[in-house]
Design a protein around this ligand. Structure first.
Ligand code: VGL
Ligand code: ZN
Length: 205
């Protein structure tokens, strides 16, 4: 893929794989697909969910609450998760099978204790940028392909924000896997379509 195109590979981390603390069903299946895809892109950027141990998205931080319940925070509704992707933990490391040595940047997100960030561009307060949009603009990137984990959270929010930031954005559907809690996958598909994000299969790239 040309210099104006980037592959954004979202959160392919141990905690999102089978056996991890927030395992995405069949999440491991994206690893070989992502490896094959990435080899065809000159520009690859990785994202890494990277939470402090006391993160507001952890159910353990809210006495009496269970994972997958939702609560209202100052910025809106927040799903509560099992502790996951704690900074510098094994679970936060990239999947051992991920083979993307030419990745140019790692965008960490979710590192503010009081704010989650599914999106690689804008935190959940919808006000704090991660800096990724600026980096892409400065490098004259025009098209963004997104894949990884999980379809209905970090992939969808990143794709919607990339499209809104002015990049022609595509989700590579077979290179993602979903958590699908309480209708989240159907909601994500509706939101992606409404945002004008395009979808494609990896064989078509
Ligand atoms: C994610 C839930 C919590 C994701 C990250 O990568 O989709 N989901 N943190
Ligand atoms: Zn997270």
């Amino acid at each position: 893929m040309n210099a104006a195109t980037v592959l954004l590979l979202v959160d392919v981390q141990n905690d999102f794989l089978p056996g991890g603390r927030l395992a995405v069903p069949r999440g491991d299946e994206v690893v070989p697909i992502a490896n094959r895809l990435a080899a065809r892109f000159a520009n690859v950027i990785l994202t890494q969910d990277w939470h402090p141990a006391n993160h507001v998205s952890f159910a353990s931080h809210h006495p009496g609450r269970q994972p997958f319940e939702t609560i209202e925070l100052p910025y809106g509704r927040q799903v509560l998760w099992p502790d996951h992707c704690v900074q510098a933990s094994r679970g936060a490391e990239f999947a051992a099978g991920l083979d993307v040595p030419h990745a140019q940047a790692v965008v960490r997100k979710g590192y503010h204790a009081h704010t989650d960030s599914y999106s690689a561009l804008l935190e959940a307060d919808r006000a704090t940028p991660t800096g990724l949009a600026g980096m892409l603009r400065e490098r004259a990137i025009r098209r963004v392909y997104v894949c990884g984990l999980a379809t209905d959270f970090c992939v969808a929010f990143s794709a919607i924000d990339a499209q809104a930031a002015g990049f022609e954005t595509w989700v590579i559907e077979d290179a993602c896997r979903a958590i699908d809690t309480r209708g989240s996958l159907a909601a994500a598909h509706r939101a992606l379509a409404a945002a004008g994000v395009r979808t494609v299969a990896s064989e078509q790239i």
